[in-house]
Design a protein. Structure first.
Length: 258
């Protein structure tokens, strides 16, 4: 659900908070309302996210989710310091808290306990892993800095471990769309994500390990601002593609920013 994003040498303006509002749709039907916050300097960064279900999805699931990360920028790397998320789905609470001593994620708390539903994530696979918010931020900021989006990341959310590979697919022009505030040239970034550990116990591993594909189009939504996702497409297998469009972008603080 979570959509659901540093850079040495960033200019002073990049320390300004960027607040982004999205709507996720399936076959044109709204599913999620998402707010994403990004802010960074040449040494630190923070990102926050808030999401809630809409329409029929709200009736079926009544889901709410929030997340926040703070960390350091070192060279071309982002190093999270603390990550936390909380969600409520169909009346049940879920929460994760992770610290990163020496750059290695340590799960401080999990509700419900990870082992209740999932196989353990090997400790040996965790060094260098980052959370999803940091991964999206890193992709966005590398695109801002270099105009490209090539890279690999290991993403750990306290429950599962995934390997991601992102490659640039050139610049495409997004047509005007009443569902989006953005139209114009955007860098297309294709990502393949594969689960490596943390599989659900009561499901076969092979389908869980199937690669999932997504595409993000990145561009500066605000004058002089960073390149951020202006549209994202998730391949949701047999149910179709989930398309996430940017509704608004501003510098106004939001509760999602933590």
């Amino acid at each position: 659900m979570l959509l659901v994003l540093l850079l040495v040498g960033a200019s002073a303006r990049n320390a300004e908070l960027t607040v982004l509002h999205y709507t996720a749709r399936l076959h044109g039907v709204p599913l999620l309302d998402v707010t994403l916050c990004l802010a960074w300097t040449d040494a630190t960064y923070q990102a926050g996210i808030s999401a809630r279900t809409l329409g029929l999805a709200e009736i079926l699931a009544h889901a709410r989710a929030t997340g926040h990360v703070e960390g350091l920028v070192v060279g071309n790397r982002v190093i999270p310091k603390t990550y936390a998320e909380h969600s409520r789905l169909s009346g049940e609470d879920y929460a994760i808290a992770i610290d990163y001593p020496a750059g290695v994620p340590v799960l401080r708390s999990a509700i419900p306990p990870q082992e209740k539903y999932r196989l353990p994530v090997p400790q040996a696979d965790l060094p260098g892993a980052i959370d999803g918010l940091s991964a999206v931020t890193l992709e966005s900021l590398i695109a801002t800095r270099t105009g490209a989006c090539e890279g690999r990341a290991v993403v750990y959310d306290g429950r599962q471990l995934r390997s991601t590979t992102t490659s640039a697919a050139g610049t495409e022009t997004l047509a005007r769309n009443p569902r989006s505030m953005f139209a114009g040239p955007a860098l297309r970034c294709d990502t393949v994500s594969t689960m490596r550990a943390g599989y659900l116990k009561d499901h076969a591993i092979e389908p869980q390990a199937k690669p999932h594909r997504s595409t993000a189009w990145l561009a500066a939504a605000l004058p002089g601002g960073p390149k951020i996702p202006v549209r994202v497409l998730f391949d949701a297998d047999f149910i179709g593609d989930i398309i996430v469009d940017l509704d608004a972008a501003n510098h106004t603080p939001s509760p999602a920013c933590g």
